[in-house]
Design a protein around this ligand. Structure first.
Ligand SMILES: [Zn+2]
Length: 405
């Protein structure tokens, strides 16, 4: 409760400065080329936050007939998949001679960490397989369904059946990103993957959408999730019983919003599949996780079998090295970080900020196998989101934590 109140207060200046009517009227005046500073973003309204469209063949089912029954049948085979990520950076030089679309390797690393924190508990994790950089204005500005998108993907896609292709571009019109649903094409199609605006990467210029959760959201589509407002206040909505129905997207983190009053529960404004600012969204539900398992198993079996770590196992967490909990979270000033080591060995536990800078080293030593705890003292640090990264036994585990003073 406390956290949500503070978030609401933090968002007030944005709301006050940009009433909806002004936002929309100014949208057409924004330079669609090179938003390089936050001052140019006055009036920014993500009217095109997400351009994902479900155009897959109608004969393909969009949901299991009964998700609960599917989970009961497959629950013991919880999918644990470690997905290699090929990042393709597209950039160009605008009329003023300024490069547009350039991002740093640190930002890409921080983006992968954001994804692993967001998907922790889902059984899906990501690791950086490669980065390539291409100068091409036409591709960088491409929109969903365009010739530029197809050309870009034909030229750059890496083994789409076994690799997640993430295109970091600079689409015009302030479109933040789009994805392709798993049923839209055969699993080896070059069209698969996600395209995101480079300004949405951690530390990017598109405040309040610059903490990396545009990628989190779009990958939700890539793994079969619909928007929480899909279908409005009617069944089957997003095919997930545990996300309350929502009449329309929430752009503002509207605490207490209840746009479908006949449906139990408040709007799922903290869900990654809504349209709220990055700071506001922090969860997937159990049904969403089950739906990802269903979609992966049904449409992307090669992705599951792409790596040894991707084997279907009875209990993904038990035998692995990883952070098991951070409590409390949000915290002030101290949090206890619990983790498990699969085997004895050298352990490092570091804390990074949103820009990918290491700000604390909590551990750097040999440790025994089994469970361990260590304290993270946030005194002297500003309120923000941080990433705790555990490395041991050749494995890495990342947890997102929030310091709220
Ligand atoms: Zn979306």
């Amino acid at each position: 409760m406390h956290k949500r109140l503070i978030l609401a207060v933090a968002l007030l200046p944005l709301l006050a400065a940009t009433p909806a009517s002004a936002q929309e009227s100014e949208l057409g005046m924004l330079p669609d080329d090179d938003l390089t500073s936050q001052s140019e973003l006055v009036g920014f309204f993500p009217d095109q936050r997400c351009g994902t469209v479900d155009f897959g063949p109608v004969e393909n089912p969009r949901a299991p007939l009964d998700l609960d029954a599917w989970v009961l049948k497959h629950g013991a085979e919880k999918v644990a998949v470690s997905i290699p990520v090929a990042v393709h950076v597209l950039w160009y030089t605008n009329q003023r001679g300024i490069p547009v679309g350039v991002v740093t390797d640190e930002q890409i690393g921080a983006q992968i960490d954001v994804l692993n924190a967001a998907y922790a508990g889902s059984g899906v994790s990501f690791y950086l397989a490669r980065i390539d950089t291409t100068e091409n204005r036409f591709w960088a500005k491409a929109h969903p369904g365009s010739l530029g998108e197809r050309e870009m993907k034909e030229a750059l896609a890496v083994d789409p059946a076994h690799t997640f292709n993430l295109y970091v571009t600079a689409p015009s019109g302030l479109l933040l990103g789009w994805a392709v649903f798993p049923w839209s094409y055969p699993e080896d199609s070059i069209m698969h993957g996600v395209v995101i605006h480079y300004g949405t990467l951690p530390g990017g210029h598109l405040a309040t959408y610059n903490a990396g959760d545009t990628a989190t959201h779009e990958i939700g589509h890539y793994l079969g999730l619909y928007h929480t407002f899909q279908g409005g206040c009617t069944q089957p909505n997003d095919y997930c019983e545990d996300t309350p129905q929502e009449a329309s997207p929430d752009y503002y983190c509207t605490i207490g919003r209840d746009s479908c009053p006949l449906d139990p529960g408040l709007d799922p404004i903290h869900n990654f599949m809504d349209y709220t600012p990055d700071e506001c969204m922090y969860e997937f539900t159990g049904n969403q996780t089950a739906r990802m398992d269903w979609a992966l198993t049904t449409y992307r079996p090669s992705l599951i079998s792409s790596k040894a770590e991707g084997d279907i196992v009875a209990s993904p967490a038990a035998s692995r090295t990883g952070i098991t909990s951070v409590a409390p979270n949000p915290f002030n000033p101290k949090a206890e970080i619990s983790f498990t080591l699969r085997a004895a060995g050298m352990v490092s536990l570091n804390v990074y900020d949103l820009a990918g800078r290491r700000i604390r080293t909590l551990l750097e030593q040999d440790m025994a196998a089994g469970p361990h705890d260590v304290a993270f003292d946030g005194r002297g640090l500003p309120s923000s989101v941080y990433f705790v990264v555990l490395k041991a036994n050749g494995e890495q585990s990342t947890q997102r934590v929030m310091l709220l003073k």
